[in-house]
Design a protein around this ligand. Structure first.
Ligand SMILES: C[S@@+](CC[C@H](N)C(=O)[O-])C[C@H]1O[C@@H](n2cnc3c(N)ncnc32)[C@H](O)[C@@H]1O
Length: 249
């Protein structure tokens, strides 16, 4: 494992994700602005569906006295995360399925100042997502925050949605022609890597290409979080395709 360039895998993951979300870094920046504003500069954070630990990485650069627990089910992305943060006492990674009713038992802490997640919960259907929001409400301390940055589609705006989609795909086609790696091509690369090949094969057994969930509108997320026990919930940032929803307990 010593020979693997984890920073290189992180960079190529970032480039691949940015092809889908050119505003990804701005989303992370606003997320951390709100962490600082609401729970201060030394938060205990749960990086939910952490993938390679992108949120944890930005968190620790911004707030070096923070601690983070990353939780995910993907063995290949977790291998990159563990390789990147190995030996950093501020970070723990946990392998768990967020659809498992018992997953919170695997965590090293009972409560968190902030639970943060990005580009992940649309892999869940609304019913398991509502159940997950109930579990998240139990993990966030009073006064703590939950933030979800993700695709949230409003079915009441079909013409806007279609125009946004067409614009986004035109940009992606242009960038693709210039050589950007898409999701499938990135995974094909991982499958050829001597260290990542085995966990990549396992992740395809778990998920297939990726899981198909729902992308409910912002109002659904805010209502469901309030019903789960959060006192306030509203968007703090949005782009034409994505929203960063903040809930305070
Ligand atoms: C597109 S990646 C985003 C990762 C990271 N948050 C980022 O912004 O780069 C989606 C992540 O959600 C995770 N995920 C999806 N469903 C999950 C589940 N049921 N349990 C745990 N993790 C899950 C996947 O394994 C994957 O790492």
């Amino acid at each position: 494992m010593g020979g693997t360039d984890w920073a290189d895998w992180q960079r190529s993951w970032d480039r691949q994700q940015e092809w889908y979300m050119p505003d990804r870094e701005e989303r992370f920046r606003v997320m951390l602005d709100m962490v600082g504003a609401l729970v201060g500069p030394e938060p205990r954070v749960l990086d939910l569906a952490c993938g390679t630990g992108s949120i944890t990485d930005r968190l620790l650069r911004r707030f070096p006295d923070a601690v983070s627990t990353g939780v995910d089910l993907d063995p290949a992305l977790l291998a990159i995360a563990r390789g990147t943060f190995g030996g950093d006492g501020r970070v723990t990674f946990v392998t768990a399925d967020l659809k498992d009713p018992e997953w919170t038992k695997e965590l090293p802490y009972d409560t968190y100042d902030a639970v943060l997640t990005a580009t992940a919960l649309h892999w869940l259907h609304s019913e398991p997502l509502a159940a997950l929001y109930g579990q998240v409400a139990g993990l966030v301390r009073d006064g703590g925050v939950f933030m979800n940055a993700d695709h949230m589609i409003d079915p009441a705006t079909p013409r806007i949605n279609a125009a946004e989609r067409a614009q986004r795909h035109a940009r992606m086609d242009e960038e693709k022609a210039a050589g950007v790696l898409d999701w499938a091509e990135w995974w094909a690369l991982a499958a050829q890597d001597p260290v990542l090949a085995e966990p990549t094969a396992r992740r395809f057994e778990i998920y297939g290409e990726h899981a198909d969930g729902d992308m409910p509108p912002v109002g659904w997320h805010a209502d469901t979080l309030r019903a789960a026990g959060f006192g306030e919930a509203r968007p703090v940032w949005c782009s034409p395709s994505d929203t960063l929803l903040l809930a305070v307990k």
